[in-house]
Design a protein around this ligand. Structure first.
Ligand SMILES: [Zn+2]
Length: 344
């Protein structure tokens, strides 16, 4: 992008209360059939308008058409049995009832491509589309077929690549893979996780991003964060290899986080979507707080590669809080943009 410090969100935004119960993950739909199809499109329009009114530069669908950032994609694949559920520990952190892989996994038809075409038809802004990353997908399933996390991840990478190519053709400018699992399984990330991600982006001409965070502001995550000590150095384990990877953009958590900011030096040269908005609190950042986070980060990220963003998705927040946070993000980025332009 030619504009300095283009803003975006990590992905999800709150859904309207007529579509799904607000401030809740995995909230069931309140509509059915054609009403649900129309309702999802209307929610996408509202979400897009909120972003545009707040002055967000790179817009998304706000993930209005999906219940969850991982399971909705998996639901569309064959080889996964959603009736046959097992309880597993997700990201070594919390128990969840998940579907079972019972046979070869494949994508029979596009998952989000129609939604992406619709978003493309509604805006002239650059658009970013989020998909789950292969490692985070295998971590949200019980595998009774491949019996190998690595093998299953490779299969998902091939499927994600098919979807990503069609999203690119639909006019998506940036395809983002959400990989919170990269913050937990370091050996696997370095052994095959990053390679799988590169398989998922093979042949793409649009830009690609990986989002690695400490999760939504839900209790299981905030409890886990309390165990991580005063310095969160997880990024240190995976950044060196990511720096050398073919991924263009790294999206990470920063504001109010215990991540030592100097770790960003490890990915110098990459574009960085920096979380300048905390999604784990209802407190609204002031534009000056956002600006201060960005100024600090500028010591480690070149100005033309800095993309102000949110720490993670905002689906569990209220719409008022989320909108106010988007305003703060834009206003904070504008302060620093002005400073950079004055100094240039
Ligand atoms: Zn996140």
């Amino acid at each position: 992008m030619s504009k300095l410090l283009p803003t975006s969100t990590a992905g999800s935004l709150p859904k309207p209360s007529w579509l799904a119960e607000p401030e809740k993950l995995w909230s069931p739909w309140k509509l059915q059939g054609n009403e649900l199809i129309d309702g999802k499109q209307d929610a996408l329009r509202v979400s897009l308008q909120s972003q545009e009114l707040a002055g967000v530069d790179i817009v998304s669908d706000g993930e209005q058409t999906r219940q969850h950032f991982v399971t909705t994609f998996i639901e569309h694949l064959s080889g996964v049995d959603f009736e046959n559920r097992k309880t597993v520990k997700i990201r070594d952190r919390y128990d969840a009832s998940v579907p079972t892989v019972v046979g070869p996994v494949s994508r029979q038809k596009p998952v989000f491509v129609e939604d992406a075409k619709f978003l493309r038809s509604q805006t002239k802004q650059p658009i970013k589309w989020a998909l789950p990353g292969p490692m985070t997908m295998i971590d949200t399933l019980y595998d009774d077929h491949y019996k190998s996390r690595e093998k299953l991840a490779w299969e998902f990478a091939k499927i994600l690549n098919q979807e990503a190519k069609e999203l690119e053709a639909a006019g998506v400018d940036i395809i983002q893979f959400d990989e919170p699992a990269f913050n937990v399984f370091f050996d696997e990330v370095n052994d095959w996780g990053i390679a799988c991600l590169e398989r998922a982006i093979e042949g793409l001409k649009c830009e690609t991003a990986v989002h690695i965070c400490y999760g939504y502001g839900i209790k299981a995550n905030t409890d886990w964060k309390k165990t991580l000590g005063s310095e969160w150095r997880q990024y240190e384990e995976v950044f060196p290899k990511l720096q050398k990877s073919k991924i263009d953009i790294i999206s990470l958590e920063c504001h109010n986080s215990h991540v030592p900011v100097e770790l960003l030096e490890l990915i110098r040269g990459k574009k960085v979507m920096v979380g300048a908005i905390d999604v784990a609190t209802d407190e609204i950042e002031t534009p000056e707080e956002v600006a201060e986070t960005l100024r600090t980060v500028l010591k480690y990220v070149d100005a033309d590669k800095l993309y102000p963003c949110t720490n993670c998705g905002m689906a569990p927040l209220s719409r008022n809080v989320a909108n106010a946070k988007l305003d703060a993000l834009s206003a904070g980025a504008a302060i620093v943009r002005k400073e950079l332009e004055a100094g240039a």
